[in-house]
Design a protein. Structure first.
Lengths: 214, 542
């Protein structure tokens, strides 16, 4: 759990990407970690490793004292048992479900769905299909869906890329508030330093396939 | 040897058609990878599903549904496998027998050489009428006929026919000048008698280079009737039955083995007593009159009684359409879980033997359907262990509607699986990954995400498989035979009707139905493929 006793992240992982191998060594006690770097550096892959969907990853992942990936035994905790709130860059709302159904996908009770929709200002869109939403609306719905899965860890991949400045500041303030209220640790990936300054306690730089503290 | 007499009868023409090749339709290769996808909602999906199931219910009810299947397997009726040259006459004998207190008779007419292997494979037939002694002996050697039941009372003559109005060759020597000489297949009795006669008259070497082979003797006859061949060697009764040909000359009896039709009860007969009674009746005086009227040579017996009424032996087009739709529906529904399972496996999993599995599934797409049918018959025929087991459970496969559905499924499955596989491949795997991270395991993710997103593509695959099943011919005729009212589908009925030009109208009804259903299915497939792409569409402008 991400309560007071947050025991941090430890990653020691190698991923054989097509063009170059990615070596990720990260150890942090911070409740909010940002990874910055140029696009194509493999930032999203780090989040995929944490989410448990990067099957090529080998090495060790320990989150809050629990081993998720073990060098000897492979994947110990499958993605459906990790309870990470993953908001991928491509947002990926389920196209056949309405906003309400997307928000409730992980099984949250209707009151919580309504409350979260209110907080993220999407309650007027509940019956719409994702195709009929703007980019910013979709990002907020995706964030809401992740929050409504009662995550132990929030993974945000360029979460505000589709928003213009005022909305971006507003939403990053919301994320900060919610993460603090519910004490959910988060890992954030962005090519934009400004985003990371607002949200992250600790920042790492991904360059040439390796991570360094910034 | 009995005394043989000859009579004649009015006409009916026959022909045959080369099996129509199955259309090699390629499923839609949809390579679109949705990024952010927002698309047509679950309501459309539900409506679509409801419409489809309503349609299925209507169709199943309208076409008799499972009761039809049941009616096929029971009841006091016998199945007769008979040489193609008996196509016209035997149903009339059967009708006379039925009116005389006999049972209903169903027939599968084909070249003896094609029927005999079916009998050996354990076709659940009662009686076999061979067009020569050689094939009957072949069957005896394999223990397929009941010893002591064999009767020889029917014979025929061998004649040369030419298209009506054409110059008739005066004798065998003139056959060398004919453009094409049509004979039945090499192993077909009529083809063998013809070869004997040509060799005995010393002209085989001269004519061999321009011989063309029909399957059964009726195929050779049709070629002459259509003028495709300048002359043909057929039975005397065939020449009488076909108004578009005239007889040039008859081969003397001493130039070939006498044409005889031995009949016997099969060891696999579900109704051996009825089978024996039918053969006895066919050898009796009442049947003799019918045979003689049709021009057959019959062993002498008591004088013939009054002629029984004629009975048409042409396929019923409505029955054929019903059977076709029922067979195609059975194949499509039974194939659905198979296609979804295999399609998903091929799209999402990598495993040892994937290439092998894929090859096996796709093989019927490129194999001749008759080969597929033959392999199915080898596995499911009532002489194979599996076939015996199924027959013991009361679900025999060969010569049943189940067999027709299985044949249609096997041949349609490649298109089915390919289309479903494409549908799953078009679904971005990131959706599934995302669903996992939301705490939903792989099985429920499949039901909640992968399957709904692929539904239009899956239905498109079903439509394509349905259309292919409707058009199935080669595998069906081998596994399920061509039994009127039981396994005679549209394609088989057309094939049979082409041997009966009197029924042109029925032929066109069936051809029309076939074309209409196929085109409708393709239009449906296109529409569904488009819907599949739309469903996964990346939204407008990011």
């Amino acid at each position: 759990m991400g309560g007071e006793g947050w025991r941090g992240l430890r990653l020691d992982v190698r991923v054989p990407l097509e063009d170059h191998p990615l070596e990720v060594r990260l150890e942090s006690q911070a409740r909010s970690v940002a990874i910055v770097g140029p696009s194509g550096a493999g930032k999203s892959t780090v989040l995929r490793v944490l989410a448990g969907v990067e099957t090529r990853a080998r090495g060790e992942v320990v989150v809050d004292g629990v081993t998720w990936l073990d060098p000897g035994r492979g994947m110990v905790v499958p993605p459906w048992e990790r309870r990470v709130g993953w908001v991928p860059q491509d947002v990926l709302l389920f196209p056949h479900l309405s906003v309400r159904e997307n928000l409730a996908y992980a099984g949250a009770p209707p009151e919580e769905v309504t409350a979260t929709a209110d907080m993220l200002q999407v309650s007027g869109l509940m019956e719409r299909r994702p195709r009929r939403l703007s980019g910013g609306e979709r990002q907020r719905v995706a964030l809401g869906r992740a929050l409504l899965s009662a995550p132990r860890l929030l993974l945000l991949d360029e979460p505000f890329s589709a928003l213009d400045r005022p909305l971006r500041d507003q939403l990053s303030a919301t994320v900060r508030r919610v993460a603090a209220q519910r004490s959910i640790p988060l890992v954030l990936v962005s090519h934009d330093e400004a985003d990371t300054r607002v949200l992250a306690d600790e920042r790492w730089h991904l360059r040439g396939g390796t991570l360094e503290p910034l | 040897m009995a005394r043989w007499s000859q009579c004649q009868r009015r006409s009916r023409a026959r022909g045959r058609l080369a099996p129509v090749l199955a259309g090699g339709l390629r499923p839609h290769g949809s390579g679109t990878r949705p990024v952010v996808s927002l698309s047509s909602p679950i309501r459309a999906l539900q409506e679509g599903g409801a419409r489809l199931s309503a349609l299925l219910v209507v169709v199943v009810v309208a076409f008799g549904g499972p009761s039809t299947v049941r009616a096929q397997s029971g009841g006091d009726e016998i199945l007769v496998l008979a040489a193609a040259s008996l196509t016209d006459v035997l149903p009339r004998v059967a009708e006379a027998w039925r009116q005389d207190g006999g049972a209903d008779v169903r027939f599968s007419f084909d070249a003896t050489s094609r029927l005999a292997p079916q009998a050996v494979q354990g076709a659940p037939a009662d009686v076999f009428f061979s067009a020569d002694d050689a094939w009957m002996t072949w069957l005896e050697d394999r223990g397929v006929v009941v010893p002591g039941t064999e009767r020889r009372f029917l014979g025929n003559s061998l004649v040369v026919v030419v298209p009506r109005g054409a110059t008739a060759p005066a004798g065998p020597a003139d056959l060398a000048k004919v453009r094409r000489l049509a004979l039945a297949g090499e192993n077909v009795p009529a083809g063998r008698y013809a070869r004997e006669a040509l060799e005995a008259t010393g002209v085989w070497q001269a004519v061999a280079s321009h011989v063309v082979r029909g399957g059964s003797v009726r195929g050779a006859l049709e070629w002459v009737a259509r003028g495709e061949a300048g002359a043909g060697i057929v039975y005397g009764t065939d020449a009488l039955a076909e108004p578009r040909v005239s007889t040039a000359f008859t081969f003397p009896e001493d130039t070939h083995t006498p044409v005889r039709y031995p009949a016997a009860v099969l060891t696999s007969a579900p109704h051996p007593e009825l089978a024996r009674a039918f053969i006895d009746f066919a050898a009796g005086p009442e049947a003799r009159a019918i045979f003689e009227q049709a021009g057959f040579l019959v062993a002498s017996g008591p004088p013939p009684p009054a002629t029984p009424p004629l009975v048409a032996s042409t396929p019923d087009p409505i029955s054929a359409i019903r059977i076709s739709v029922l067979v195609a529906l059975l194949a499509t529904l039974a194939g659905l879980p198979v296609a979804v399972g295999l399609g998903w496996l091929m799209a999402r999993r990598s495993f040892r033997g994937k290439v092998l599995l894929s090859t096996i599934i796709l093989a019927p797409l490129v194999m001749p359907p008759v080969v597929t049918g033959f392999l199915l018959l080898s596995v499911l025929g009532s002489r194979s262990p599996l076939g015996r087991l199924l027959a013991g459970l009361g679900v025999p496969v060969p010569f049943t509607i189940l067999g027709a559905a299985l044949a249609a499924l096997a041949v349609g499955l490649p298109l089915y699986v390919l289309t479903v596989r494409n549908a799953f491949e078009a679904v971005d795997p990131h959706y599934e990954e995302l669903s996992w991270t939301l705490g939903v395991g792989p099985r429920r993710t499949f039901m909640r995400v992968s399957l709904p997103l692929a539904v239009p593509g899956i239905v498109a695959g079903a439509v394509l498989a349905f259309a292919r099943a409707l058009g199935e011919f080669g595998a069906t005729v081998v596994l399920a035979g061509n039994v009127e009212g039981r396994t005679r589908t549209i394609a088989l009925a057309i094939y049979t009707l082409l041997e009966a030009p009197a029924a042109r109208r029925d032929t066109w009804i069936l051809v029309g139905a076939s074309v209409a259903i196929s085109l409708a299915a393709l239009v449906g497939y296109e529409a569904l493929s488009r819907r599949q792409r739309r469903r996964l569409e990346v939204h407008d402008g990011r």
